[in-house]
Design a protein around this ligand. Structure first.
Ligand SMILES: Cc1ncc(COP(=O)(O)O)c(C=O)c1O
Length: 313
């Protein structure tokens, strides 16, 4: 989907026009993939709008930067305030927010020391990410997720998404909406941009972070909601074939939200319809995000912009 532009982008503490948020082709990030970033959603509320789990996202951005020795001159509070400022300046909600920290124009060698750290925060409208009415048709990718001690999975780094692109492109050319990658030991890891959950015999399972999965904020939200609903939740390594015989499988992610999976490698999951547990978790997730259920876990940061689309679950 083409990017729908807004008016301003936050750059190193000030709001600049969207068109001026440009980089020189010789910037470090362009040659070596040296960026860390976030994806966040802001939802319309019955009154105003709210960013979903803003401090958690910005803390993950700081963590990603720390792993790559990128020193940020901004605190968690300043970064969160930057997100609210840019949304309010642009006046567009619901929206997706893309903060990015990158190594800019300075030196050409691999060493990043002489290249300045630049921070940008953009926001723009972005709708549903995973297509597929009644659930996505996905495949197991022939590409593995990042091996431990190669590119760190807990850092949400731009470079990781070269692997994600391989997974996603392979799925698309073969007629699937998305791919699920295994880790280097053949255990379930994650989608190209989503965590994976399985329901079997009423129990909710998801792979642990040690299976090369990103520490998803939506993953954490779903684990919290599931425990609140009284479900048994188990984080354990999952063999590939457990996906095929699961009663329900779904993706989670900021872009994907909670997205049911209809089939994997053309094997239909359960009875082929979004399952009851997936639905009850999704209802609570969207209910909280859209301000239609109590914000019982303190996940919403209000912004003073009225949503331009009707609020819906
Ligand atoms: C590779 C990968 N895994 C999982 C996720 C889900 O993470 P979150 O729920 O924080 O968006 C994402 C999206 O950010 C991702 O890119």
């Amino acid at each position: 989907m083409p990017i729908q532009t807004t008016s301003k982008i936050w750059h190193n503490g000030t709001l600049i026009p969207w068109e001026q948020a440009t980089l020189h082709v010789m910037s470090h990030v362009i040659h070596y993939g040296s960026s860390v970033f976030e994806g966040i959603r802001c939802y319309g509320q019955p009154h105003g709008s709210a960013v979903f789990r803003l401090p958690e996202h910005m803390q993950r951005l700081l963590d990603s930067a720390k792993i790559y020795r990128m020193e940020l001159p901004y605190t968690l509070e300043e970064l969160c305030a930057g997100v609210v400022d840019v949304i309010e300046a642009n006046g567009v909600t619901p929206c997706y927010i893309r903060p990015i920290v990158l190594r800019g124009y300075g030196e050409i060698g691999v060493s990043p020391k002489g290249s300045p750290i630049e921070v940008y925060i953009a926001n723009f409208p972005w709708g549903k990410y995973i297509a597929g009415h009644g659930g996505a048709d996905v495949c197991i990718s022939s590409w593995n997720r990042l091996a431990p001690n190669t590119l760190p999975s807990l850092a949400k780094a731009g470079a990781n998404y070269m692997n994600s692109q391989l997974i996603h492109m392979e799925a698309e050319v073969n007629g699937y909406q998305e791919g699920i990658a295994l880790d280097v030991n053949g255990l379930v890891s994650e989608g190209s941009g989503e965590n994976v959950f399985i329901v079997r015999n009423g129990v909710l399972y998801t792979p642990p972070l040690a299976n090369s999965a990103l520490s998803g904020i939506t993953r954490d939200s779903v684990l919290t909601i599931a425990r609140h609903l009284g479900l048994t939740v188990i984080e354990q390594s999952l063999p590939r074939e457990l996906l095929y015989i699961a009663d329900e499988v779904f993706f989670t992610g900021t872009a994907a939200e909670v997205s049911p999976i209809h089939s994997i490698d053309r094997i239909v999951i359960g009875d082929g319809k979004p399952g009851e547990i997936t639905k009850s978790i999704a209802d609570e997730f969207f209910g909280i995000a859209n301000g239609l259920r109590p914000d019982r876990f303190g996940w919403l940061t209000p912004v003073k912009v009225n949503a331009t689309e009707p609020v819906g679950v």
